[in-house]
Write a protein that binds this ligand. Structure first.
Ligand SMILES: Nc1ncnc2c1ncn2[C@@H]1O[C@H](COP(=O)(O)OP(=O)(O)OP(=O)(O)O)[C@@H](O)[C@H]1O
Ligand SMILES: [Mg+2]
Length: 268
């Protein structure tokens, strides 16, 4: 399962992907300017930044959908990447079951589809029509689709867009469980700063270039981050920040902002 790392794992961190000095130009404009970034196995990295700051472009360059004008992207040999896109439109008039959707464009064995759906908390949706799913169910199916390849890196682009607060908190909790079980790295983009920063090992603040990066607490203190987002997330961070080695059932304050909502609840 583990791909061959780019560097030896002497310090226990396996490097999965390394981006060096990458510049991306789209429509004649530099969208990402000299980005360098390293992804380690098992780490949750969150990318934050204003609209149009290049977050989706950075994720798309990680999956090879965007070609850099300059710089390098190196992946560990044998690396598998799962991707949940920011937008996916399915014609509502198209009859398409969840099971069939997971077999597009490449047919997957029913057992593999079932395992991915269970992993994503969507095991009961196999025979449902894609057009009849709620927002939260749809996102879980997209997550299942990204898990089909048993990814070493799971990439999520605003995966909780359109979900209500308990729904998105439940989704992030599931991502953390998936990461713990599969040991995959997670790279996600979100505008829900207080929730995702708390769930992250590392935050990258992007605005065409890397403004600042580091542990959530460090980034929340950085002048560059405050200039973009103000200081509002700092208090929230103190409330929500926790270690990943906890048990969700018993550890207080580990609910990713869900605690004040009462009983655990998944969006449906
Ligand atoms: N195919 C394209 N051709 C030309 N310009 C593009 C293309 N795709 C994106 N851009 C531009 O690149 C910039 C970065 O876009 P990107 O989608 O990466 O931003 P983002 O940070 O993900 O924004 P959002 O928060 O709105 O999702 C934007 O100015 C956008 O208009
Ligand atoms: Mg985007």
């Amino acid at each position: 399962m583990t791909p061959k790392p780019l560097t030896s794992a002497e310090n226990k961190t396996t490097v999965l992907t390394r981006i060096t000095d990458m510049t991306v130009r789209l429509g004649g404009r530099v969208v990402l300017d000299r980005i360098s970034l390293t992804l380690h196995a098992g780490q949750i990295t969150t990318i934050v930044g204003p609209n149009g700051s290049g977050k989706s472009t950075l994720l798309r360059s990680l999956i090879g959908a965007v070609t850099p004008e300059k710089g390098r992207i190196e992946h560990a040999p044998g690396l598998r990447v799962g991707y949940v896109p920011q937008r996916l439109h399915i014609d509502p008039t198209l009859p398409l079951t969840v099971e069939r959707f997971l077999s597009l464009p490449t047919r997957v064995p029913a057992s593999v589809a079932r395992a991915a759906l269970n992993e994503a908390g969507a095991g009961d949706l196999t025979n449902r029509q894609m057009s009849a799913l709620s927002g939260g169910q749809f996102q879980r199916v997209l997550l299942a689709r990204a898990l089909l390849c048993k990814p070493h890196i799971l990439i999520l682009d605003e995966a909780t867009q359109g979900l209500d607060q308990p729904g998105s908190a439940a989704f992030y909790r599931r991502i953390e469980e998936v990461r713990a079980r599969l040991g995959c790295a997670v790279v996600m983009v979100s505008h829900e700063l207080h929730v995702v920063m708390a769930a992250s090992d590392r935050v990258i603040c992007l605005n065409g270039h890397v403004c600042c990066e580091g542990a959530p607490e460090q980034v929340a203190q950085a002048a560059e981050y405050r200039a973009l987002f103000g200081t509002g997330t700092q208090g929230a961070l103190a409330l929500y920040r926790h270690e990943h080695s906890h048990s969700h059932d018993h550890a207080p304050g580990c609910d990713h902002g869900h605690a004040e909502q009462g009983t655990p609840h998944d969006s449906a």
